[in-house]
Design a protein around this ligand. Structure first.
Ligand code: PEP
Ligand code: MN
Length: 338
């Protein structure tokens, strides 16, 4: 249920209303926008008397929300959520480029790629340390060492870092990681989501391989319902009947998600297509669709990459793409990358 308040509502009256709602055993999310204040009621609102609420002086309108996601719902929070990662803003009219290798392989590799993507305009460095591989015999990532090497690259370049968590048992290792990624395979690992919801750190939530937009937003809701509102969504392709590409990029999810939620949304054209030659056109399409950023795999030697070489751009290809993206940004109402 959402309660929209009248423009001139006083702080004291708002406080009284919030206290009364809480006394009914409900949680309240107070969203103060430029024009109106909105109270989002979370919990079992079936017993709330709508007529009674409507009769309160400062109440403009009361509506029940049909969607099962509440905190993530744009009706609760009409303004875009903007997240600050090491001084770089994510969401709203900002645009960010996250780039780096699929996996951290060595100190030389991660630092070389970090320097190259930073010079090309990337603002956040990616690199997998714990890798979710289909085969237990495939390279599983450098694990703890991978995170230490990412931290070295962060020190060398000043770039904030993002890396995937696969188990809550590893959480201590993520203390200095700037954004924690939840991979597609863990999108519905609800225990993991709940634990991440207790952190004060941005969570990058990738869409599951075969999940609907509503299921994805419900996963965001798991994180938010524990108190962590810093969720960034990422469309990374879904599984369809098409075998030419690794997945099928669901670009319609971008404007749709923008309508349904206030959370930022990124696109991952690398895992969506699995083919480096498709990464540039899909990236530009994602910018056109209104994405808040891209996460792109870049490797300095894709032929010898330990993971996902076929979908990785070389640094110079990434630099050329970043230039084209910059040309497009004003057309979609986004500020330059910074
Ligand atoms: C990744 O980003 O390295 C990754 C494994 O992605 P996804 O979870 O989207 O497959
Ligand atoms: Mn990968």
């Amino acid at each position: 249920m959402i309660i929209t308040l009248k423009k001139d509502s006083g702080e004291k009256q708002i406080d009284n209303l919030v206290r009364w709602v809480k006394s009914l055993g409900l949680d309240v999310n107070v969203s103060r926008g430029n024009n109106t204040t909105i109270l989002g009621l979370i919990g079992d609102t079936s017993k709330v008397d709508i007529d009674l609420v409507n009769s309160i002086e400062i109440v403009e309108q009361v509506r029940r929300i049909q969607e099962p996601y509440k905190a993530a719902n744009r009706k609760f929070h009409p303004d875009d959520t903007v997240i600050n990662v090491g001084g770089h803003l994510i969401g709203g009219d900002n645009f960010q480029l996250i780039a780096g290798p699929c996996s951290v392989e060595s100190e030389e590799q991660i630092i070389a790629v970090a320097r190259a993507v930073k010079a090309a305009g990337a603002t956040v460095l990616r690199g997998g340390a714990f890798k979710p591989r289909t085969s237990p015999y495939a390279f599983q990532g450098l694990r703890d060492t991978g995170i230490h090497l990412l931290l070295e690259a962060k020190k060398a370049t000043g770039m904030p870092i993002i890396t995937e968590i696969m188990s809550i048992r590893h959480l201590d290792l993520f203390e200095d990681v700037d954004i924690i990624q939840v991979g597609a395979r863990n999108m519905q690992n609800f225990e993991l989501l709940r634990e991440l919801g207790r952190l004060k750190k941005p969570i990058f939530l990738k869409r599951g391989l075969a999940n609907t937009v509503e299921e994805w937003l419900m996963s965001a809701e798991y994180i938010m319902s524990e108190g962590n509102g810093q969720v960034i969504l990422c469309e990374r392709g879904i599984r369809t009947f098409e075998p030419y590409t690794r997945n099928t990029l669901d670009l319609s999810a971008v404007p749709l998600v923008k309508e349904k939620t206030h959370l930022p949304i990124f696109v991952d054209p690398s895992h969506a297509s699995g083919l480096s030659r498709l990464v540039s056109p899909l990236s530009l399409a994602a910018v056109g669709a209104g994405a808040d950023g891209l996460i792109i795999e870049v490797h300095n030697d894709p032929e010898h990459a330990l993971c996902d070489g076929a979908q990785s751009l070389r640094p110079e290809q990434f630099a050329a793409l970043a230039e084209k993206i910059r040309v497009m940004l004003p057309l979609v109402g986004k500020k330059d990358i910074k």
